[in-house]
Design a protein around this ligand. Structure first.
Ligand code: MLT
Length: 332
């Protein structure tokens, strides 16, 4: 091609290229996405169950993305501060959030929520489902769930129940437990269940309902008393642990699910690329074996998609909204 035509073609192409970069945000403007580390925001303390899933997932996803995923723990207000941070972050494909059921319970629990889980995010996909366990401190004078129920009814608010704040699944589980037993404990909130577990191990609190992704190592090391699991059926990783339902709490079920989100307006190519890396991680033995050891179950492929997460979130917002409003639990 004569040089004069080549130069003319280049001049004509630049505005088109610039336009397409603008349309797709920084992801396009700075070359192939991703070209620098990505931040994955975790709404609870480092070392806790959400953090354990996030770090392991991030390590696996970064193999597909060719960039590091930096875990950023932003704690507070039961996970809502982290969600708010991500909802307001630049939609450039470099900030994502991993959150659990708390994303769906927040609208009913927080009357002045500054973001809307159903309209302020782009959805990447779901990750894994995790059962919870009801634990007591090692020297709590109650052995087994039947004994614990008796002890709980006799001691009521003398019992300290740790959780990770309003909107945490530990709070949700504790709320359902108190309601099922017809007792009121004294609640002690922490920035995540990692510090709550430290308090349980140190004997500063009596009871904690927490995810197997954090509790299995403590249960196996016999550092806590295990009263039961919160699923309707027993789980493979703790086959001897009874369900709470087996011990008279009929229908008691709390299962934790995890979704990955981006700020609304994130370029669809970045969301698609992040989803591709997510789906690869959910097949990566380094991730799946670790999750299996910790009692977590990888979600089916239909839930690993943006649509799968969005549909699920909507159904959870509807489900928990009704339960929470009926229970009259909320923060102003
Ligand atoms: C955590 O990661 O600390 C927990 O997921 C908090 C909770 O929801 O109980």
């Amino acid at each position: 091609m004569p040089p004069i035509y080549a130069r003319a073609l280049k001049r004509a192409a630049w505005p088109l290229l610039a336009l397409s970069c603008l349309a797709s945000g920084n992801a396009g403007a700075q070359g192939a996405y991703p070209n620098h580390p990505i931040s994955l925001v975790v709404p609870f303390a480092a070392g806790g169950p959400t953090d354990v899933v996030a770090r392991s997932l991030g390590a696996s996803m970064s193999k597909t993305l060719g960039q590091s995923i930096i875990i950023e723990n932003r704690t507070g207000a039961g996970g809502t501060l982290a969600s708010q941070h991500v909802a307001r972050a630049a939609p450039d494909g470099y900030t994502f959030l991993i959150h659990h059921n708390g994303m769906a319970t927040a609208p009913a629990l927080y009357r002045k929520l500054s973001f809307n889980p159903l309209t302020d995010f782009a959805y990447v996909g779901q990750v894994a489902d995790v059962p919870m366990t009801l634990l007591g401190r090692k020297d709590l004078p109650a052995d087994g769930m039947k004994d614990f129920i008796k002890y709980a009814k006799e001691n009521g608010n003398k019992i300290n129940l740790a959780n990770a704040g309003l909107g945490a699944v530990s709070q949700l589980c504790g709320m359902l437990l108190q309601e099922s037993l017809g007792v009121q404990f004294t609640t002690v909130p922490y920035a995540g269940t990692a510090p709550a577990m430290t308090a349980l191990l140190g004997g500063q609190v009596d009871v904690l309902c927490d995810q197997t992704t954090q509790t299995i190592p403590q249960i196996k090391a016999d550092r806590v008393k295990l009263y039961g699991v919160t699923t309707l059926e027993r789980i493979k990783t703790l086959p001897d642990a009874p369900t709470l339902q087996e011990n008279g709490l009929k229908g008691f079920e709390v299962k934790v699910w995890h979704g990955v989100y981006a700020p609304k307006g994130t370029p669809p190519e970045a969301v698609a690329k992040f989803n591709e890396a997510l789906r690869a991680a959910l097949k990566d033995p380094a991730f799946t074996q670790k999750m299996a050891e910790l009692g977590a179950e990888i979600v089916p492929e239909s839930k690993q998609t943006p649509q799968g997460l969005q549909t699920w979130l909507q159904s959870e917002v509807d489900k928990w909204g009704g339960i929470i409003r009926k229970a009259g639990v909320y923060a102003d």
